[in-house]
Write a protein that binds this ligand. Structure first.
Ligand code: ATP
Length: 270
């Protein structure tokens, strides 16, 4: 990545349970920002809320990175970002995946808020951001961002999702290139570039152009959606935008609601 990027150390693993779990463990042990873990084979990949992310061996990219947005980085001239803005990180990672896929595979992808990359209406990648609490009450949390990208999965290897969206892979979607190394490089580069821009702007996603970049690839804004909340409630309306904190704005019959990614169980298009 560029000299301004955050990556400091890359760990390649032949096999692991979950790259997010590995990076979270390193974060708890005090690892500084910039660790990247890449696994050839992930046996217990995770999705949001304990859901499973399937990663057939060598058919996809499974990677997680360690970010510490709450810590100053004098070397790069970055001051700490307040936790209220951390909601942008999964969206930022989604933009990076969409850019890498457009650049290398020459496929147009859309982002289903907050964290899924869709190609032709099917899910090709997922992003999972998890917070690791700081060791003391004054220490900000570290953020682990994991990305699972389906690269060469064949139709019979795709996971089934009877209630949600179907899955696809870059290969099945007609990618011009499906070599994983250059894809991973492009992905880490785009992620580093966006993270550096966002950090340099103090976490202001509007000022650094991240919100515009997100909206340009967002497949949710402008659609009618049905949002299922953890308490069993459901909210229907039109997704009208993404606010300065990365929350989805949904206008329903009873007014407008702002949804944080963590508050949403499922989001469906209607
Ligand atoms: P929903 O789409 O139901 O709102 P979600 O997209 O937020 O949920 P995630 O945590 O992002 O859920 O992803 C986990 C879900 O993705 C799983 O429940 C499964 O249905 C589906 N899935 C698992 N592995 C893959 C994969 N390799 N490719 C595409 N979809 C997958």
């Amino acid at each position: 990545t560029g000299p301004h990027g955050p990556w400091r150390r890359l760990e390649l693993r032949a096999e692991t349970g979950s790259t997010n779990a590995d990076v979270a463990e390193a974060a708890r042990a005090g690892e500084p920002e910039g660790l990247v873990v890449v696994a050839e084979r992930q046996t217990a990949g995770r999705g949001r809320r304990g859901r499973v992310w399937q990663s057939p061996p060598r058919a996809g990219i499974a990677t997680s990175v360690l970010l510490r947005p709450g810590e100053a980085d004098p070397e790069r001239g970055w001051s700490p970002v307040a936790p209220a803005a951390y909601g942008w990180l999964p969206l930022l990672a989604g933009v990076a995946v969409a850019e890498a896929v457009a650049l290398l595979a020459e496929l147009e992808a859309g982002l289903k808020w907050p964290n899924d990359l869709l190609i032709g209406g099917a899910k090709c990648a997922g992003v999972l951001a998890e917070a690791v609490p700081g060791s003391g009450p004054t220490q900000p949390p570290a953020i682990v961002v994991g990305i699972g990208l389906n690269v060469t999965l064949r139709a019979d290897e795709l996971p089934e999702n009877p209630t949600g969206l179907p899955a696809t892979s870059l290969l099945l979607a007609g990618a011009t290139a499906t070599d994983r190394d250059p894809l991973l490089r492009a992905l880490l580069r785009a992620l580093a570039d966006w993270y550096a821009r966002w950090r340099s702007a103090g976490g202001d996603a509007v000022a650094c152009g991240l919100r515009d970049a997100y909206l340009a690839v967002c497949a949710t804004v402008g659609r009618e959606v049905r949002v299922l909340l953890p308490d069993g409630a459901e909210f229907r309306g039109a997704a009208t935008g993404v606010d300065a904190d990365g929350q989805l704005v949904v206008r329903g019959a009873d007014g407008e609601r702002r949804l944080a990614a963590g508050d949403v169980l499922h989001l469906r298009f209607r």
